[in-house]
Design a protein around this ligand. Structure first.
Ligand SMILES: Nc1ncnc2c1ncn2[C@@H]1O[C@H](COP(=O)(O)OP(=O)(O)O)[C@@H](O)[C@H]1O
Ligand SMILES: N[C@@H](CCOP(=O)(O)O)C(=O)O
Length: 366
């Protein structure tokens, strides 16, 4: 049996839109068995299944598709297999998916699914790809690196995408539908899909002060990441990107200033709550997403280190609607205050106290 474990992740952490991600302790798990048949008559692959049977439990169990060419995990795996000249899974692959990561809540469920799919293909067909090369495949599917990089590598991670030469750029700009065709659109056509250029994504793991925990307040509604990206401006004006200092009258790049401070501030023990709280402010994505998440501006403004001792900083997790509060203590109280504020908007929530998943994605063979 092969066990594949991939953590959830919280992207952005305030100012680091599409740049930083933090992998956290909720794990998507795949239990994979390849059952080889011994009967000589059984030579034709069963139609439609692509040699893969899926069972599923956990979040989304009532509606996540279980056909191998429709489920995001196995579609991703089939993309990687096709790039290596293999049209199906090895016969017969059984994948049992256990998914406790809530879908469409800003905790990187799709990033974890994509990472799991690439690891699945690499394991079942013994492709021998490194984590760095597997990341290239992930980035052909989920094109912002923050979630997939944190989920694959583990911990608090910053990443950038290399400037590609024009030929490689063309390969990366290929429409997603050609990388992951819709089931009817030809995962089984003879066409070989576009292979990723080499070395698209580069990363560094930051430190993390061990006393800092993450409280995820998870509302009971979904915001699709695609929708939450559509509301963002195509271009940012100088005014959006800059802040005017009331003292010097000079302007600076608001998010970049904060991100530069935040990545080191979160490594220091004891953490400086005032510094971290200010460094987690954002002007690039949260203000544009506020109408998708009722109560968001009020929550971000009213939960502070002064009003809630133990709190270090607060932000939207990924594209939302989950709120991520970083704190050293008082976790339950912080979560209850935020849940009470959501309740005023008629929204019920649950919360989870999470730790960084330092080790990232894992494959265990037994
Ligand atoms: N374990 C999974 N199996 C199959 N599909 C999944 C899985 N996890 C996520 N997905 C797909 O990804 C979608 C959610 O992705 P997205 O909108 O990016 O939200 P987020 O990544 O923040 O949870 C789900 O609606 C589903 O289509
Ligand atoms: N940087 C992305 C992160 C999306 O994360 P998700 O967990 O909501 O998929 C964005 O903010 O759009």
């Amino acid at each position: 049996m092969i066990t594949i474990k991939v953590p959830c992740s919280s992207a952005n952490i305030g100012p680091g839109f599409d740049v930083v991600g933090l992998s956290l302790s909720i794990w998507l798990t795949l239990q994979v068995n390849i059952v080889t048949t011994t009967t000589t008559t059984d030579t034709t692959p069963p139609p439609h299944t692509l040699n893969c049977n899926i069972t599923y439990e956990g979040e989304g169990a009532s509606h996540v598709p279980l056909a191998a060419d429709a489920n995001l995990i196995t579609r991703t795996a089939l993309y990687v297999l096709k790039c290596h000249g293999q049209r199906t899974f090895p016969r017969t692959t059984h994948v049992h998916i256990v998914n406790p990561i809530p879908l469409g809540r800003g905790l990187g469920s799709s990033g974890a699914a994509v990472v799991a799919g690439v690891l699945l293909a690499n394991s079942v067909s013994k492709l021998g790809l490194s984590k760095d090369r597997m990341m290239d495949y992930c980035l052909m599917i989920e094109r912002h690196p923050d979630n997939v990089m944190a989920a694959m590598m583990g911990g608090f991670v910053g990443s950038y995408l290399r400037e590609l030469d024009p030929a490689d750029m063309e390969r990366k700009e290929i429409p997603l539908a050609e990388v992951l065709p819709e089931p009817a659109g030809g995962i089984n056509t003879g066409l070989r899909p576009p292979e990723p250029p080499l070395g698209i994504g580069h990363y560094i793991k930051f430190g993390w002060a061990k006393e800092v925990k993450a409280v995820a307040i998870i509302p009971d509604f979904e915001v699709s990441t695609a929708t939450a990206r559509e509301v963002l401006p195509e271009v940012y004006s100088k005014k959006d990107m800059a802040c005017l200092s009331p003292i010097t009258g000079t302007s600076g790049i608001f998010n970049l200033q904060r991100l530069a401070v935040l990545t080191t501030a979160l490594t220091r023990s004891p953490p400086d709550a005032e510094l971290i709280f200010q460094a987690m402010q954002d002007k690039v994505h949260q203000p544009y997403r506020k109408h998708l998440i009722p109560g968001l501006p009020e929550i971000l403004a009213s939960v502070t280190p002064q009003s809630h001792p133990g709190l270090l900083g607060i932000c939207l997790s990924g594209a939302g609607p989950t709120i991520l509060a970083l704190a050293t203590h008082n976790f339950e109280h912080i979560a209850e205050m935020i849940m009470a504020r959501f309740k005023q908007e008629g929204i019920t929530c649950r919360y989870e106290l999470l730790e960084p998943a330092y080790e990232g994605a894992q494959v265990i063979e037994s």
